[in-house]
Design a protein around this ligand. Sequence first.
Ligand code: F6R
Length: 608
Amino acid sequence: MCGIVGYTGMQQAATVLLEGLKRLEYRGYDSAGVAVIKDSGIDMRKVSGRISKLCEETNNGEALPGCVGIGHTRWATHGAPTDMNAHPHKSNDGRFAVVHNGIIENYQSLRDELIGKGYLFESETDTEVIVHLLEMYYTGDLKKTVLRVSSRLQGSYALGVICTDYPHEIVAVREASPLIIGIGVGENFFASDITALVPYTRNVIYLEDGEFARITPDEIQVFDLLGKIVKKEVRRVTWDVQAAERGGYEHFMLKEIMEQPHAVEATIHPRIQNGEIKLDDERMDAGFLNNINRIVITACGSAFYAGCAGRYAIESLCKVPVITELASELRYSEPMIDEHTLVIVLSQSGETADTIAAIKECKSKNASILAIVNVVGSTVAKLADFILYTWAGPEIAVATTKGYTTQLVLLYLFALYTARVTQRIDDKTYRKLLRAIKTLPRRIQESIDMNPTIASCAEKYKDARSIFFIGRNTDQAAALEGALKMKEISYIHAEAYAAGELKHGTIALIEEHQPVIALCCNEKVWGKTMNNIIEVKSRGGDVLAVTTKKNGMISSVADDILYIPETETLFTGLVEIVPLQLLAYYTAKNRNCDIDKPKNLAKSVTVE
Ligand code: F6R
């Protein structure tokens, strides 16, 4: 949801900024721009379209000489993705340029006020008010001006500011949008996320909400919004450059699918010691867990579907009622939540606006928050009472894959751990399920090994207009995620249905050659789903079934079959999702879609 980057040092700023923007492009990619300070003022280039176009138009930044600058890649909110609406925005007097990630909620009243005072607007964006406010309040003191302007803004913003009177300085401001400062030698940076910084430095400072930084090549000063200096800890990032690069794969999505055995292993391994599960926070003990009488799982998109899939394991093993609620709904509902509720929040980025708002709502009702999150130090992690990090490494493709599977495996671990410490499971079952969890990375690898079969299966879907995904129980949760993967990257309409619900209306849409993907991996219910397959077949539908070899009856009902490796019924969701990810991937590839950057989407949804 927009990426911003800033540089001050000895290098050609525009070239560094463009490199950073390429790595942030997954956050938004409908237009882009850079601005640098040069002797005579601020030089700026903006284009609608991809960063590659901006690179062409600036000769990879060579055309914009200067050692201090800011850059932006946009996911449009206010105003179409045009050159004019692209960031940076410049003040009328040419002294300031600004890049912004977030939304200024009171922009309309500020815009009216500034127009009344004679400021000329060039764009339709909310952001442009910021740069005119900087000009209006400027007294010659940049710090005071930034403080004054920030006090007028409502909403979420990560800002990068340059000012010609401060030719070596960049200013970064954070309020409810991520912002990280990178510390180099004789050069410093800021960016919306670490991926843009890792080629240059692994030493970073995370800004908190309500903080801003003045950054020169040799110094970084962080202040709160009262102007008081804040002492910040320098953190060392463990991700390396390779982790944030494609490494020979055609797409990040494929690379990330292939990384899943390793990511799931890295997430499980440190948490199993001498046959016992150790969750990272000792406060999550029997006393705490026995006091919980309800669990609410909340998240957005795929993270929500991981929650839907994990819910079955928690209910079945922990015997606690579990409610799954979309974060965007929960934040405006009146959830039945109190101090005996544990809210489990799932988020890859840790910066999803609705998820953050849902946490705040639940905290206000005294619930405890357990965050399952991938990005260390993210807002979700900071707000939570307990954190379980998914050790998936950076996820760059917009469509999540390893983010989803590592979240789901942590839900399994949490379920089994809770059942064990609260003595709701017998020793034999505990050991059997723990063994099954330990083998999941291998099972995922076996699913990945079906890659060539899945690729040829995908040929069938190239020209489909619509695909149904059906299943029951854990299979239904996988259907939700499978359908989302298909629609977001292939642009084929895909709908997930609880198999038993088909006949309550939707079966009216089944006609000759309608593709239906039937998930029959859960042994407890596959017999029932197979009845639904027969109903689909008798109306002419084409069925691809995903199941295990144990299901001897499937070949008599389905047209095509993908056999996944067997695992414990409770955990099949983790294994069956892999062929669905690959199916979506190859279908999108056959349709020449832009797999890593699907249209209209962005990786980190930091606006509501
Ligand atoms: C879909 C996808 C999204 C995210 C959702 C939540 O492939 O990636 O649906 O799952 O936007 O994002 P996070 O997990 O960052 O909170």
